[in-house]
Each structure stands twice: as structure tokens, then as C-alpha cells.
Design a protein around this ligand. Structure first.
Ligand SMILES: Nc1ncnc2c1ncn2[C@@H]1O[C@H](COP(=O)(O)OP(=O)(O)O)[C@@H](O)[C@H]1O
Ligand SMILES: [Mg+2]
Length: 258
């Protein structure tokens, strides 16, 4: 019998983690992580507090080295890379942290243009103004350049943080707990921002969260981290009906009351 025709080759993943192990002393945090992120998709890493989500994300940009395993970014295993090669890899990433981490003493224009001053020294002031305006418009903000972080709502600060994260045109955007500690309306606003960034920029995104509602809203795929491994992963509709006990218990806290 003829072999079945091969399926059309899927685009290779932008990030692929292969059998990654990481301990701190005798504390085994990650014990065999396998996960991949297709180009242009959003992966949400969901898991309880202290499950190792941030540790996993730090491996993606080479801030931590695994004890064993591979971290393949855009076709290269970055694990053996030294500081210079990692610096080049990190330019592919934009990062949005929990606290928007804006510089309070700088206005929005100075905050968003900051990476340009570091990495695009050839640009003139007018070109920088135009780029900042373009990125602010992508995150849905207009005429806020002169405002200071203290004058902005929590959701707007997150958007400014994202504008800064995308100002160097990264391929990948990482969000570590972007909605933690926000009220429900601001959380919605930030979820919309993540969806907008994907639509407008076509970026690949990895979002760390313990917020189930946000995860199900923004994810193309969800990977559930528990006890050092990804115990289940797939599109939200599949995870929703996971048979894994840890996932069921975790989701029950949300879907049980909704
Ligand atoms: N640099 C470090 N040194 C020692 N232990 C660490 C370090 N970073 C994280 N850990 C431990 O790894 C575990 C997972 O942490 P983390 O990834 O921050 O969890 P979360 O899922 O909440 O993001 C925690 O027990 C934490 O204390
Ligand atoms: Mg964390």
C-alpha cells in the first residue's frame, strides 16, 4: 500500500523547548519541559504561583541556563550561547513585565524612545518621534507623549509598556503576568491589547498567567505547568476538557463559579 502523502510542512516553531531541566540547589523546578510556539501564535503558560513559569520564560531569553535540554529560538539552540550571541537573540524579543516598569521621571515619549536611544543611535529626533507615534498608535494611544506615568490609568501604563517593548520591532513578545493585580476592566483592556498586538504586528507571543479568564481569551494554545512539567497543552477548547487532575482542579476554581 502506498505511504500516505506527507502533510504540508508546517512552519517551524519560533520557540521550541526540548526536555528542559532546571534545579536550584536540590530544588527541582523544571523536570522535562517540552513546548513549542508556532510563528504568529500566542502561547499562554498557565500554572499556580511558584510553579516555575517565570523560570521557564527566563530560559527563553537566556537569562537562565538549563541543567539540560534545548531552547531553540528562531532555529538556533541558544543554550550554549555566550553574552554577545545572547544580546543578538534578545533583540528578537520585546518584554512586558508585571509592574509596567516605566521610568516615573520620564514622560511617555522618553519612555518609549528609550530603546531607540540605546540601539538605534543613527536615528534623528524626528524619525524617533515618528516611530514612537506609530507604536503608540498600534497600542491604541494618541497624543500622550508629554504625559507622565503618574497621569495615566493602569491599563494605559501597560499599553505604554507594550509600545516600548515593540519599538525595536521584535519577532516575539513576552508578557510576565500582565494582568496580575489589575481590576477586571483594566484586565479586559490589557487582554485586548495583547490581541491587538498580535493582529497588528503578527508577532509571536508568550504570556505567563495564573488568570484563567485572560488565558482563555488571548491564547491560541495553553500549556499547563505543574510539578515541573507541562501536564497538558493545546487550544483552549481542548484544555477546557482536560482529563489531567491538576488542570481540572485549577480550572474548577474559575469555571466552577461561572
Ligand atoms: N534564582 C533563583 N534561585 C533559587 N530559586 C529560584 C530562583 N528563581 C526562582 N526560584 C524558585 O523557583 C520556583 C519557581 O519560581 P517562579 O518561576 O518565579 O514561579 P512562578 O510560576 O510564580 O513564576 C520558586 O520556588 C522559586 O522560589
Ligand atoms: Mg512568575
Amino acid at each position: 500500500m502506498a505511504a500516505p502523502a506527507p502533510a504540508a510542512a508546517a512552519a517551524p516553531p519560533i520557540i521550541q523547548i526540548v526536555d528542559l531541566h532546571k534545579s536550584f540547589g536540590d530544588h527541582q523546578v523544571l523536570t522535562g519541559i517540552n513546548v513549542e510556539v508556532p510563528p504568529g501564535s500566542t502561547l499562554v503558560i498557565l500554572g499556580g504561583s511558584g510553579s516555575g513559569k517565570t523560570v521557564l520564560m527566563k530560559h527563553m531569553i537566556g537569562l537562565l541556563k538549563p541543567d539540560s535540554g534545548q531552547v531553540i529560538v528562531d532555529g538556533e539552540d541558544i543554550v550554549p550561547f555566550g553574552p554577545e550571541a545572547l544580546e543578538r537573540v534578545r533583540r528578537k524579543f520585546g518584554m512586558v513585565f508585571q509592574a509596567a516598569a516605566l521610568f516615573d521621571s520620564m514622560n511617555v515619549y522618553e519612555n518609549v524612545s528609550f530603546p531607540l536611544r540605546e540601539h538605534r543611535k543613527e536615528l534623528g529626533e524626528e524619525e524617533m518621534r515618528a516611530l514612537v507615534k506609530e507604536k503608540l498608535s498600534i497600542v491604541g494611544l494618541k497624543n500622550v507623549e508629554h504625559k507622565f506615568p503618574a497621569d495615566l490609568s493602569g491599563g494605559m501604563r501597560k499599553r505604554v509598556g507594550l509600545a516600548r517593548a515593540i519599538v525595536l520591532d521584535p519577532k516575539i513578545v513576552l508578557y510576565d503576568e500582565p494582568t496580575t493585580g489589575l481590576d477586571p476592566i483594566t484586565t479586559d483592556y490589557v487582554d485586548e491589547m495583547i490581541l491587538d498586538a498580535k493582529r497588528e504586528l503578527g508577532v509571536t507571543s508568550v504570556v505567563i498567567s495564573h488568570d484563567i479568564a485572560s488565558a482563555f481569551k488571548v491564547a491560541d494554545n495553553i500549556a499547563f505547568l505543574s510539578q515541573g512539567v507541562i501536564v497538558d497543552q493545546g487550544p483552549p477548547a481542548k484544555l477546557r476538557h482536560s482529563e489531567h487532575p491538576a488542570v481540572k482542579v485549577f480550572l474548577q476554581t474559575w469555571f466552577g463559579k461561572n
